[in-house]
Design a protein around this ligand. Structure first.
Ligand SMILES: C[S@@+](CC[C@H](N)C(=O)[O-])C[C@H]1O[C@@H](n2cnc3c(N)ncnc32)[C@H](O)[C@@H]1O
Length: 456
């Protein structure tokens, strides 16, 4: 798209349309030679010219492009204008320039392939009939850009991919998602469109580093706010987080990083493989235990597992470097005073009990998570009653076709209650996560597990 700021000056790339057979683009072909008028002015007056009321709106404004050119002699500058050489300038502007001792001169410059955005280049490249909806709607995960290209764009995918790589420093690999999503494990089949055939990505989210093979596991960067939202609810001292459909750990790893004890489960062995790596890489191995079970079995076994093999009590936030330094200095000072004060380590601390109770279940498998809720029926045996004076919260993601909030609420409430075999009596909250398709919204319903269900 042309830059709007220059109404009459065309600074878009030179059109270089491709046909279905094109395998490489000629980057030089996009070069645009631009001819404008400029004000030659004594260097110290440049600021005055740029700020002047008389020239307001006339100075060239191009993104990433300086409208002031230093001349060889260094005594004068050229202030570039939006005007073409044949355009008449307003008389007030001419008078002002004259009074300041400036002169109007022509100036030529060229913009090259590297100057424009991917979108601008695509607009100048794709066949006329495909320009309307430029296919730049891609998501980035690590160094991979993934498209969902419509059929019409497929003959041009290689060129599209190469332009995207040229224009984004982070991107080394461009893939196109194919239609078939693996039903159970939710990962996509994809074809390489351009760049390296390297699918192991390193992605940063919630201050954690995630590594995984994009071809073997589920990942969706669009969920990052939802990951952060739930993790922000968790409190390390409250109890254990049980992530039923953990994937490679976007809830589990950040939760452990903030001190929560986590049981993280996924049925896809590859997810668990990367989950364990991410747990190690983020140094939370002591707080995160991974398992590879069906979600229903995991739900049924989690409370017992937490009770039999509890996690150590939360010891409070890790001191940061400054705090460690200050503590060390304080101790040294004390030693210097020669006082027989007790070392801080000797101070009496009240022993906190280990964490053996599940505080939150996370269920992010929106397609079918509600169907797993029946596993909570009778999930707690009577002997755990004492431990569960406060019952776990369940955060269950789901889709609905009802786009109106009240309808969505009623629909989700009904399905959840039917799976639990009990009423929630309106005690739940519903969070809109995102719209996944024109007729499909994703929500997260949160509720405390009803006592009648847990001890059924
Ligand atoms: C939508 S993904 C969510 C992953 C992760 N929580 C996230 O936000 O990225 C659902 C995950 O559930 C796993 N899964 C599918 N069916 C399962 C089942 N029956 N039991 C346990 N995990 C399952 C899939 O392998 C996938 O990793």
């Amino acid at each position: 798209m042309a830059h709007h700021s220059c109404s009459n000056l065309d600074t878009s790339p030179t059109i270089n349309r491709i046909t279905a057979g094109t395998t490489a683009i000629d980057k030089d072909a996009y070069t645009k030679n631009v001819r404008v008028q400029a004000i030659r002015i004594a260097a110290p007056k440049t600021g005055k010219i740029l700020r002047s009321q008389e020239l307001k709106g006339l100075v060239l404004e191009l993104p990433k492009f300086s409208s002031v050119v230093r001349e060889e002699n260094d005594d004068s500058r050229l202030v570039l204008l939006q005007a073409k050489p044949e355009d008449a300038l307003p008389s007030t502007a001419l008078k002002f320039v004259d009074e300041e001792g400036g002169t109007i001169v022509p100036y030529n410059f060229s913009l090259k392939y590297d100057y424009w955005t991917a979108d601008e280049i695509l607009q100048a490249t794709l066949p006329e009939e495909l320009r309307e909806e430029s296919p730049t709607g891609f998501a980035i995960t690590g160094h991979i850009a993934h498209f969902n290209l419509r059929d019409e764009y497929l003959p041009f995918k290689k060129i599209i991919g190469e332009i995207v790589i040229d224009k984004n420093k982070r991107i080394r690999t461009v893939v196109n998602k194919l239609d078939n999503i693996h039903n159970e494990f939710r990962f996509f089949e994809m074809e390489l469109v351009a760049g390296d055939a390297d699918y192991v990505v390193e992605h940063h989210e919630s201050d954690c580093k995630f590594t995984f093979d994009f071809r073997e596991v589920y990942w969706n960067s669009r969920l990052h706010t939802e990951h952060e939202r739930l993790v922000s609810i968790f409190k390390p001292e409250d109890g254990i987080i049980a992530d039923v459909f953990a994937g490679v750990g976007p809830f589990a790893v950040p939760a452990a990083k903030k001190g929560c004890a986590v049981l993280a489960n996924d049925l896809n062995p590859n997810s668990v493989k990367w989950l364990n790596k991410n747990s190690e890489d983020n140094k939370v191995g002591n707080l995160l235990r991974a398992s590879c079970e069906d979600g229903r079995d995991f739900i049924r076994g989690a409370a017992r597992r937490a009770y039999d093999e509890p996690f150590a009590a939360y010891a409070g936030p890790k001191p940061n470097r400054r705090q460690v330094r200050e503590e060390r200095r304080r101790r040294l000072e004390q030693q210097g005073e020669g006082a027989a004060r007790p070392e801080p380590d000797d101070t009496v601390t009240v022993e906190k009990p280990p964490r053996n109770r599940i505080a939150h279940f996370v269920m992010n498998l929106p397609d079918t998570a509600i169907d797993f809720l029946d596993a909570f029926r009778g999930v707690l045996s009577r002997d755990l009653r004492g431990v569960y004076s406060e019952l776990p919260m369940v955060h269950c993601h789901c889709f609905t076709r009802f786009l109106d909030l009240a309808d969505a609420r009623a629909d989700i409430e009904k399905r959840v209650e039917s799976a639990l075999g009990a009423s929630l009596r309106g005690n739940f909250s519903l969070h809109f996560v995102r719209s996944v398709a024109p007729n499909k919204d994703m929500y997260c319903i949160s509720f405390r597990l009803p006592e009648g269900v847990a001890f059924q």
